[in-house]
Structure formats: structure tokens, C-alpha cells
Design a binder for this molecule. Structure first.
Ligand code: FAD
Ligand code: GLY
Length: 365
């Protein structure tokens, strides 16, 4: 059976890999180069607790976090490429009594659900070897939140796609998805027409350009710097001011991120980078003389309620896997699993009901 995947980000690549393993003939159509959208721009945190997720979406996200170790181990084995999965834990520093109060509530909520969490005093953070500023009054620790180097993971998934019998068409922009009598037929691109038995729309922040679904971009600016020695910062630090992600195998540290509703406005800005540097120095003043290595930005695929759009569309054999907003790296393994089960066995996980595209539309009686 033949399938088309529109969009070669972490979501499209992960679904393509699962379907390829089951013997499907998959073609990925990517308007630029594979893996250079939001999946390249991201921080790579696998952080349902630091992100403050709750309810069923928390359960879904924790499930994906727990799938990650095996997910990366398998990909590393398949491609021989290491992706710096790092079980480093996340410290959330608080800068005010109000923030501390919120962390107390969050830690209590997570502990009651059996998701290990801990309040830290300022001294306990210092005792972890983290040279926090005098502004930090305490914090919380989420030991099971972690990270992957998202760029390495994407490179690895691209290697998998190119070494397997997945067909990859880069610089191929899908212009229309053609439907006949409510059934998916083909896609029309700047590079020809492609037919298949089914299609998965995984075009990230651009998904709303191809289908009438409520996905829009929220821009995030990022930067990175180098510490003097490797692992100088032992944990991810995640606060209201910035998040600071020390990579596992190098002295590179990633700092993010702005959250801007500016449509697809390209480029880093003075105010965006200022905000990140201010957040960094207010958290870790000892980094002030370190060398900035890169600035960049990306577009999160957002939806009105912040939850993804996953599963069937109104069109037979057209599926959605988009709208992962702030957590698409975290959610790649579970998304790939559920979309594959849906296509392969017609099996609809209860989660897919929660993420159905139609939740944003008023239902006619
Ligand atoms: P993308 O990676 O954007 O891929 C979509 C692809 O579709 C692109 O390559 C695009 O070129 C292609 N495309 C679009 N339209 C077409 C078309 N018409 N035809 C063909 N191809 C098309 N998530 C986390 O879990 N942890 C984090 O720490 C984290 N940090 C983030 C920080 C920033 C600054 C940003 C921007 C995002 C962050 N995210 C994070 C979110 C995460 O990056 C996204 O949710 C995830 O990458 C979405 O993956 P995707 O494959 O859907 O989208
Ligand atoms: N999850 C981090 C971000 O989207 O910036």
C-alpha cells in the first residue's frame, strides 16, 4: 500500500519510519530540506512537568516521554548515529513568592499522580552545583523530565529515511490535496503529481495552508553559547524568564525561547535576543563572558487550545498529524505509534478523540 506524507519534520519522519517498518511504500514530500522547520529550531526538552501540562494531555505526554529511551535506542541502532538523549532532569527556578507558590501547587499535583517532583530551597539548587543568581529564591525539580538533541535526532531520522526504501522528495511543495467523492486521490506539487492510497498531513505550522484546520504559527527565537568546560551546567533550568539547556556531549548550551504571535515573520530581532540574554543573565550571571555561537528562530505549529490535531479528517484516507505546538519533539514517538495503528489496523486510540480536528467547529444539529 502506498502512502504520502506531507512535511518532513520530526512528525512526518517518525510516522514514515513506523509505516516503512510495516512494509508500506512511503513518499515524503518536503517543500524545503527535511527536518529544517520547527524540529530543527526546537530545544529538545522532553518536559511535560516543566511545561506544566495537566489532565489527559499530561498522561499522553508522559506516555511519550516514557517511550523515548527505546525510541532513540532503536533509531541509533538502525542508523549508527548517536542522538545525545540525556536524562538530566529539569530544575525550575522561582524569582518571586508568587512563582514559588505556583511551584508548590504543581509539585503537589504531580506527586499525587505519582510523577516524582520536589521543591528545592535556594541552597539546594546551589548544592547541585548550579551557580544561580541572587534573584532566585528557590525552585522545583522534575527528575524525569529530560532532553534529546533534536537536531541530531532529526539527522538520524533523515538518515533512516534515505537509507530505507522511503522515497524522499525535497524542494517539493504540495500545492493542493485532491479529493474525489470524499476520498483522497493525489497531491499536486511544484514538482509533479503524486498518487497514493492515503496521505498524512504533517506540515507543522503550515498545515492550515493546505486544509481547513486551525493551525497557526507561534514564533520562537533561540540562541546558543559555549561554556568553558563540558557539563558545567548539570541540569536544564526552566523558568518564566528563559530556559537553559546544556547539551550532553559538548559545552554547547541552548537558550530559549520567545513566544510571538507575528505570523511567519522571519528573522531574529534585537528585542527577542535581548529577552533571552536578560533571562540567561538573571538566572546564571557567571555566563556573561561566554561566546554566543548561534541565533535562530522557528515556528511552532499552534492550535486554539494548545493541543495537537491527530487522526482522521473528513476525507477518507487523509489523516492529520499536526499542531504539536510546544511539545512536538516530546510527542513524536506516541504520534507515530497512534497514527500508524490508525492507518494499519483502523485502531483508534481514545486519545485521538481528544485531538480530533472537529473540536474547533460548531456542530450543526
Ligand atoms: P516541522 O518540523 O516544522 O516540520 C513541518 C515540515 O513541513 C517543514 O519541514 C516544512 O517545510 C514542511 N512543509 C510545510 N508545508 C509544506 C508543503 N505545502 N509541502 C511540503 N512540505 C511542507 N518541542 C518539544 O517537545 N520540546 C522543546 O524543547 C521544544 N522547543 C521548541 C522551541 C522552539 C523555538 C520552537 C519553534 C519549537 C519548539 N518545540 C519543542 C516544538 C516542536 O519543535 C514542534 O512542535 C515540532 O517540531 C513540530 O514538528 P513538525 O514535524 O510538525 O513540524
Ligand atoms: N517547549 C519549548 C518551546 O516551545 O519553546
Amino acid at each position: 500500500m502506498k502512502g504520502i506524507i506531507v512535511g518532513g519534520g520530526i512528525i512526518g519522519l517518525s510516522i514514515a519510519r513506523e509505516l516503512n517498518k510495516l512494509g508500506y511504500e512511503i513518499t515524503i514530500l518536503e517543500k524545503n530540506l527535511l527536518g529544517r522547520g520547527a524540529s530543527w529550531a526546537a530545544g529538545g526538552m522532553l518536559a511535560p512537568q516543566a511545561e506544566g501540562l495537566t489532565g489527559d494531555f499530561l498522561n499522553f505526554s508522559v506516555e511519550s516521554r516514557e517511550m523515548y529511551k527505546e525510541f532513540v535506542q532503536q533509531i541509533e541502532k538502525e542508523t549508527g548515529y548517536e542522538v545525545s538523549y540525556y536524562e538530566c532532569g529539569i530544575v525550575c527556578p522561582a524569582f518571586s513568592e508568587k512563582e514559588m507558590e505556583n511551584l508548590f501547587k504543581r509539585v503537589d499535583y504531580y506527586n499525587k499522580l505519582g510523577l516524582e517532583s520536589k521543591i528545592l530551597t535556594r541552597q539546594e539548587i546551589l548544592d547541585m552545583g548550579i551557580k544561580i543568581s541572587n534573584f532566585v529564591i528557590g525552585g522545583a525539580f522534575f527528575p524525569h523530565d529530560k532532553q534529546v538533541d533534536n537536531r541530531k535526532l532529526v539527522v538520524s531520522l533523515v538518515k533512516y529515511a534515505k537509507n530505507s526504501n522511503i522515497t524522499v522528495k525535497e524542494l517539493t511543495e504540495v500545492k493542493f490535496i485532491e479529493v474525489n467523492n470524499g476520498i483522497f486521490q493525489r497531491v499536486v506539487t511544484n514538482n509533479g503529481t503524486f498518487e497514493a492510497d492515503f496521505c498524512v498531513l504533517a506540515a507543522g505550522a503550515w498545515s492550515g495552508e493546505l486544509e481547513p484546520i486551525k493551525v497557526f504559527p507561534i514564533k520562537g527565537q533561540m540562541l546558543s553559547f559555549k561554556t568553558k568546560i563540558k557539563n558545567e551546567i548539570s541540569k536544564i533550568l526552566y523558568s518564566s524568564r528563559a530556559y537553559i539547556i546544556p547539551r550532553k556531549d559538548s559545552n554547547l548550551v541552548v537558550v530559549g525561547a520567545t513566544q510571538e504571535n507575528v505570523f511567519f515573520k522571519e528573522g531574529n530581532t534585537v528585542s527577542g535576543i535581548f529577552l533571552l540574554l536578560k533571562g540567561l543573565l538573571e538566572t546564571l550571571p557567571s555566563t556573561k563572558d561566554y561566546e554566543i555561537t548561534e541565533t535562530w528562530y522557528g515556528f511552532r505549529p499552534a492550535t486554539p487550545d494548545g493541543l495537537p490535531i491527530l487522526g482522521k479528517s473528513e476525507i477518507k484516507n487523509l489523516y492529520y498529524a499536526t499542531g504539536h505546538y510546544r511539545n512536538g519533539i516530546l510527542l513524536a514517538p506516541i504520534t507515530a505509534k497512534l497514527i500508524t495503528q490508525l492507518i494499519h489496523k483502523g485502531e483508534e486510540s481514545p486519545y485521538l478523540k481528544m485531538f480530533d480536528f472537529s473540536r474547533f467547529y460548531i456542530k450543526e444539529e
